[in-house]
Design a protein around this ligand. Sequence first.
Ligand SMILES: [Cu+2]
Length: 119
Amino acid sequence: MIKSVLLPLMVAFGLLAASEARAHAVLLESTPPAEAEVVGDKVEFHLKYNSRIDARRSRLSLKGPGGDRTIAPRQGGNEAELVARVEGLAPGRYTLFWDVLSVDGHVSRGQVPFLAIAP
Ligand SMILES: [Cu+2]
């Protein structure tokens, strides 16, 4: 009897804990994808998350051959997407650092490395 009650309870709590952890914004997909080769000196970033993002309080920065620069992100097609555009890239290795505020009030961070190559 006790066993039959406990197991479903433990399963229920396990699921709750898992969905709580997922409340932080997690990057699901990016354009360019990590380790991609981008041809040319312009890149349009699309970052798709698993939850809504506050675009105004999220930051992007790009580190690469020309030094570091901060990029102002905009909201994409929906509230779980950020977009930004950068021009004038010299060929070389870059890392896009993202720092986003999700609706649960937590900040999460990550990076997308890519390679810019001359056309
Ligand atoms: Cu969170």
